[in-house]
Ligand binder design. Structure first.
Ligand code: BGC
Length: 369
């Protein structure tokens, strides 16, 4: 465990607000919010690092946010039941201010369902790791509201995990919903929530596959690096599943460059560089497959993207999909976000996966000797 692990844990702790929110990036003004998506994976990393108190503080923050905005859940479901059309303002937001309020000044693409699944998954995993089942009762109301919201909306087109393509149904978003529902159902022992998760899984297997691989969204033929999430951590399929292996082969050949992973082939955000968090994800997947050497190689690649202060960026832009977009984004929002807390979180996850895989390797060597 090198310094970057320690720096990552410290950086995340330093940037958790008194209310429990994790700011996406302290030095990038557009990211001065807490996203349920980033935050849930960060809380997971904190749990892995033994910082359970920090993870708990984040879950308390989410619990308060969902209860504060729960009248929206009731309203939107009433509208669906009455057959009325839905507007963007009806949906729960994807990101909140650190004190848990909506940001309504910009026209941010707020209808994104994935984070609502991901927080349930992170919470269920927290309970599994800490044995604190009393949390289920403590957060009972926000869990119930979240499940109800997902149950009524999961098949609606909504913005993806990159906050784009709001007119599509996205495979990795569905994976987040499946992962959240199936893991919280297990903790609750709730068959109806488990049945809903199963329905979403079978929808994915029927509608999100083309030519033997998973695809970015229903009707697409492209891959996206977030498809890795289907195996780790959400377990829609096993890491060794044939369709998954084929998908990863495509991700490696179409989206990997010299170590780092692009989000998708036509990404133009800051030109479309290589993302640190996704590179960690591929390493996590390799570790799961037992490819320790592959995971170590990616860990080294990630480490060389840290600056002198040990800060990891969101992406590196040395090989971008379309260089003409890079200056346009710099002009609009400034240089690429650094540090990005989610990148640090995924580095922690990768180091942990490697430690586990290494322990497995060791056991196997002892067994053979
Ligand atoms: C990414 C999102 C992320 C947000 C904050 C966006 O550029 O597409 O996935 O949640 O930044 O980190």
């Amino acid at each position: 465990m090198g310094d970057l692990f320690k720096t990552s844990v410290e950086l995340i702790l330093e940037n958790q607000s008194p209310e429990g929110a994790y700011i996406a990036s302290p030095s990038f003004p557009t990211y001065h919010y807490c996203w349920l998506r980033d935050g849930s994976f960060i809380a997971y990393a904190m749990d892995l690092a033994g910082e359970h108190r920090s993870a708990r503080r984040f879950f308390h923050w989410v619990d308060r946010v969902i209860r504060r905005h729960s009248q929206k859940v009731e309203m939107v479901i009433r509208k669906i039941q009455a057959g009325q059309g839905l507007e963007q303002k009806d949906f729960l937001h994807t990101r909140y201010t650190l004190d848990g309020n909506e940001e309504n000044e910009s026209d941010w693409e707020n209808f994104q369902l994935d984070g609502y699944g991901t927080w349930l998954w992170a919470l269920a995993t927290h309970i599994e790791m800490t044995g604190r089942a009393e949390v289920l009762a403590e957060f009972g109301e926000s869990i119930r509201q979240t499940v109800w919201y997902i149950e009524n909306l999961w098949y609606y087109p909504n913005y993806d995990v990159w906050e784009e393509n709001g007119d599509k149904v996205h495979t990795s978003t569905l994976a987040c919903l499946y992962g959240g529902l199936s893991s919280i159902a297990e903790r609750l022992g709730d068959c109806s929530v488990a049945a809903l998760a199963k329905r979403i899984r079978s929808y994915i297997l029927t509608n999100c596959v083309a030519d033997g691989t998973f695809v970015k969204h229903v009707g697409s033929r492209d891959v996206d690096s977030s498809l890795l999430w289907l195996a780790v951590p959400f377990r829609v399929v096993d890491a060794k599943d044939e369709t998954m292996l084929g998908t990863v082969k495509r991700i490696e050949s179409e989206l990997a460059h010299d170590g780092g992973l692009h989000r998708y082939a036509r990404d133009t955000y800051y030109g479309g560089g290589e993302w640190i968090l996704l590179t960690c994800w591929l390493g996590w997947y390799y570790a799961e497959l037992g490819d320790v050497a592959g995971a170590r190689r990616l860990k080294r690649w990630v480490e060389q993207t840290a600056d002198a202060a040990g800060h990891l960026p969101e992406q590196v832009c040395t090989h971008v999909n379309d260089p003409s977009f890079y200056p346009r984004w710099v002009e609009r929002w400034g240089e690429v976000a650094r540090p990005l807390l989610w990148s640090h979180a995924m580095y922690i996850v990768l180091v942990n996966a490697l430690m586990k895989a290494g322990a497995g390797e060791m056991k196997e060597a002892v067994r053979r000797s």
